[in-house]
Design a protein around this ligand. Structure first.
Ligand code: GDP
Ligand code: IMO
Ligand code: MG
Length: 441
């Protein structure tokens, strides 16, 4: 049974939640391997809209086992709220959610430090989600972090918390001039959370290994995206985790030899939230039209997303870094009213044309996109489920995207709901999940 990684190829919000939801009926397990509640993955089922932050998007399918891997950072208060809100809406969570003992915990001082450090950065601020994700990963790397298992051992938790608080409170007070925290209050609330979450905390790497041994199929749900990866993204304007396909290995404990393929999710255009370079960014009426039609406002923070044209330099880079076997292209319908659709084929830098994404900040700051113009289809594609029913010009656009990225498309999404999905001819998904055709029609 295939184990497949789903990864964002741009700057996030490509529609990973929808794609994971479409594939989930064909797998037994969905595991999140990176990020935290900075993610916002939307799944629309009929008239119901769910935004998942820390819980894998597979949760909406009864029987799917959902795992929060060791590469994730967990804000227990936010996770419990998310769980309660799902349960109120009739979603089952009792026996199908598993949280890694080794996942690091977001403590109340992490969001405080996140916001204080952003304020200090001024014009060079990253534009984080303010959820404390960066400071939590910083503590993990500095080997002072608190892990989920620590919460279950009161003595050890108190010891680690006291050691941390002495330093964090000084940092908050003396460097950032920000309010401090009391050990007692944090201890009380986090021990309560620990009691609540204890039944879910386990050795998820061992579970995953056993499940794979017994023939289960696992989907790795990426959060954020390639260009936000700590090593491979547009550093320092990135998140603090390994969002790329490699993160699926370290973030779960499943070895690379047990992963069979990588599916990239890309929007038919590009968006970015927060600061940092964005070569194909648009301003003015076209950007506004795309933002309005695509409802491009952050699922976690509500911030308006920056919008721009599809960038094949970014996609080729994502294909190389993640080893993409195939791409699911989303939100084609958002471009329905564009007279001309532009695709970036390369970057002009000084007197050169770059076709490979430049990794250094200085070069990236000086690039100008080179565009190819494609005639817009100017007719509705919303809800189309067959490639043959797409306007010829939209099909031409898809062909050009495939040619420029060098990766075959498996799915094209034409709306937010599950069934607004086209399964491409010879879709690589059929190789992994032969029954996907019957589930989409
Ligand atoms: P994720 O973080 O990658 O899961 O993506 P988000 O959920 O943050 O953002 C994607 C948004 O686009 C969500 O509101 C989805 O419901 C919506 N969406 C997904 N696919 C499509 C599509 O093909 N067409 C349209 N119009 N909306 C879509
Ligand atoms: P999903 O999984 C889009 C961005 C933030 C900021 C940078 C660092 O829904 O695609 P952080 O809070 O992680 O330290 O912020 O990363 N960012 C996202 N942008 N989608 C996301 O998640 C994001 N998660 C973080 O806007 O620029
Ligand atoms: Mg999102």
């Amino acid at each position: 049974m295939p184990n497949i990684v789903v990864v964002g190829t741009q700057w996030g919000d490509e529609g990973k939640g929808k794609v994971v939801d479409v594939i989930t009926p064909h797998v037994n397990v969905v595991v999140r391997y990176s990020g935290g509640n900075n993610a916002g993955h939307t799944v629309v089922v009929g008239r119901e809209k769910y935004v998942l932050h820390s819980i894998p998007s597979g949760v909406l399918h009864p029987g799917c086992r959902c795992v929060i891997g060791c590469g994730v950072v967990v804000d227990p208060g936010s996770l419990i709220e998310e769980m309660e809100s799902l349960v109120r809406r009739g979603v089952t969570l009792d026996s199908n959610l598993f949280i890694s003992k080794n996942a690091h915990v977001i403590m109340p001082y992490h969001p405080a430090l996140d916001r204080a450090s952003e304020a200090k950065l001024g014009a060079r601020r990253i534009g984080t989600t303010g959820k404390g994700v960066g400071p939590a990963y910083a503590d993990k790397a500095a080997r002072v972090g608190i892990r989920m298992a620590d919460l279950l051992d009161e003595r050890l938790f108190r010891e680690k918390l006291e050691a941390n608080m002495a330093q964090k409170n000084r940092l908050l007070r003396e460097i950032y001039d920000a309010p401090t925290f009391s050990v007692g209050e944090i201890l009380n609330s986090y021990l309560r959370y620990a009691g609540w979450l204890a039944p879910y905390i386990t050795d998820t790497a061992l579970l995953l290994s056993r499940w794979i041994d017994s023939g289960y199929s696992v989907l790795f749900e990426g959060a954020q995206a390639t260009m936000l990866d700590l090593d491979h993204g547009t550093y320092p304007y990135v998140t603090s985790s390994s969002t790329t396909a490699g993160g699926a290995v370290t973030g779960t404990g499943v070895p690379p030899t047990r992963i069979h393929g990588v599916l990239g999710v890309a929007k038919a255009y590009t968006t970015r939230v927060g600061g940092g370079p964005f070569p194909t960014e648009l301003t003015g009426p076209i950007a506004e039209a795309i933002r309005a039609r695509g409802n491009e406002y952050g699922a976690t923070t509500g911030r308006p997303r920056r919008c721009g044209w599809f960038d094949s330099v970014v996609l080729r880079y994502a294909a190389r870094i993640n080893g993409l076997d195939t791409v699911a292209l989303t939100k084609l319908d958002v471009l329905d009213q564009c007279e001309t659709v532009r695709v970036c084929t390369g970057y002009r830098y000084q007197n050169e044309i770059l076709t490979d994404f430049p990794e250094d900040e200085t070069t990236l700051a000086g690039v100008e996109p080179v565009y190819e113009d494609i005639s817009g289809w100017m007719s509705p594609t919303s809800g189309v489920t067959l490639e043959a029913d797409l306007p010829a010009k939209a099909r031409r656009y898809l062909e050009r995207v495939e040619e420029l990225t060098g990766v075959p498309l498996c799915l094209v999404s034409t709306g937010a709901v599950r069934h607004d999905t086209i399964l491409c001819e010879d879709s690589p998904l059929l190789r992994w999940f032969p029954s996907v055709r019957s589930s989409l029609f």
